[in-house]
Write a protein that binds this ligand. Structure first.
Ligand SMILES: [Zn+2]
Length: 245
C-alpha cells in the first residue's frame, strides 16, 4: 500500500477540492480522512472508472466516486471490494433494456431509467448527474454511490440478499432476525398504503432494503435510529463507524 501511495498519489488540491464539502465525510477525524485517502488511492489503482456516451471522466470525478465507495469499507478492508474491477459513469440517468435485467444476477433500481445499477461480479454503473447531486446536496437517505456499492458488499458471498459477509464476532442469526423484522414491517406499511419514514423503495427486496438502509446510515442516521433502531445497531456493528453515525 505504501509503495502504491507514492507511485499514484492523489494530488492534494484535487483531494481537498473534492472532499472538503462532501456531505457524507462530515464528522470524520483527521486519522480517518488519512485512512480514507489511502483507500481511495488503492481504489483508483485497482478499479477502472470509465465514461459512457462520450462522458469525459476527470480525476476529480474519479476521486468523488472512489472516496464515497471507500467510506463503506473504511473499517471493513479492501477485500470487501473483491471480485469486480469496473465502474462505468453515464452523464445522466440512463435507460436499460428490461429483458436483460433479471439475468446474470443483476440488481436493478427503478423501472427503466436508472441513476445506478450494480451487477453481481460485474461493473457498477452510475449516473454522474446523480453522483454529483448526492455528493454536495443534502438529501437525507439518498446517495447513489453508497447504494450501489452497498450492493457490492451484499453480493460478495455470491447472492444479493441483504446478508453481506459479516464482520468476525457478529451474529448472522441476529442480523437476519433484526433486518427481516424491520423489512417485513416496512413491506406491511407499504402494502397498506401508509407513509413510511424511510424510502419505500427499500421494500422492493431484502437486497434493496440493505442498500437503502446503508444510505440512511451514512446520510441520515437519526432517521434510521428512530425508525429501525435494531437495524441501525447492526449496521453500526458492521460498518464500525464512530458515535456520530
Ligand atoms: Zn439497488
Amino acid at each position: 500500500m505504501r509503495r502504491l501511495l507514492k507511485r499514484h498519489p492523489i494530488p492534494h488540491a484535487i483531494w481537498q477540492r473534492v472532499t472538503r464539502r462532501m456531505l457524507v465525510l462530515r464528522g470524520l477525524d483527521a486519522v480517518e480522512m488519512a485512512h480514507l485517502r489511502e483507500m481511495t488511492t488503492w481504489f483508483l489503482d485497482q478499479k477502472a472508472i470509465t465514461g459512457a456516451q462520450g462522458l469525459e471522466v476527470t480525476q476529480s470525478m474519479r476521486v468523488a466516486v472512489a472516496v464515497q465507495a471507500c467510506l463503506l469499507i473504511l473499517n471493513l478492508g479492501v477485500e470487501y471490494f473483491d471480485g469486480w474491477v469496473e465502474v462505468i459513469l453515464y452523464p445522466g440517468a440512463f435507460r436499460v433494456n428490461h429483458a436483460q435485467m433479471d439475468a446474470n444476477g443483476l440488481v436493478h433500481d427503478d423501472a427503466a431509467v436508472l441513476s445506478g445499477e450494480s451487477w453481481l461480479r460485474g461493473p457498477v454503473i452510475l449516473s454522474w448527474d446523480d453522483v454529483a447531486r448526492d455528493s454536495y446536496q443534502c438529501q437525507p437517505g439518498h446517495n447513489v454511490v453508497l447504494h450501489e456499492f452497498a450492493h457490492k458488499l451484499d453480493g460478495l458471498n455470491g447472492a444479493a440478499n441483504g446478508m453481506p459477509p459479516l464482520r468476525q464476532g457478529m451474529s448472522r442469526v441476529r442480523w437476519a432476525a433484526d433486518l427481516s423484522e424491520a423489512y417485513d414491517e416496512l413491506c406491511l406499511q407499504v402494502a397498506h398504503g401508509k407513509s413510511t419514514h424511510i424510502n419505500s423503495y427499500a421494500a422492493t427486496s431484502p437486497a434493496e432494503f440493505f442498500a437503502v438502509l446503508s444510505e440512511y446510515f451514512y446520510t441520515a442516521p437519526d432517521i434510521l435510529k428512530k425508525c429501525c433502531p435494531a437495524v441501525h445497531k447492526q449496521l453500526k456493528l458492521f460498518y464500525l463507524q464512530k458515535a456520530s453515525r
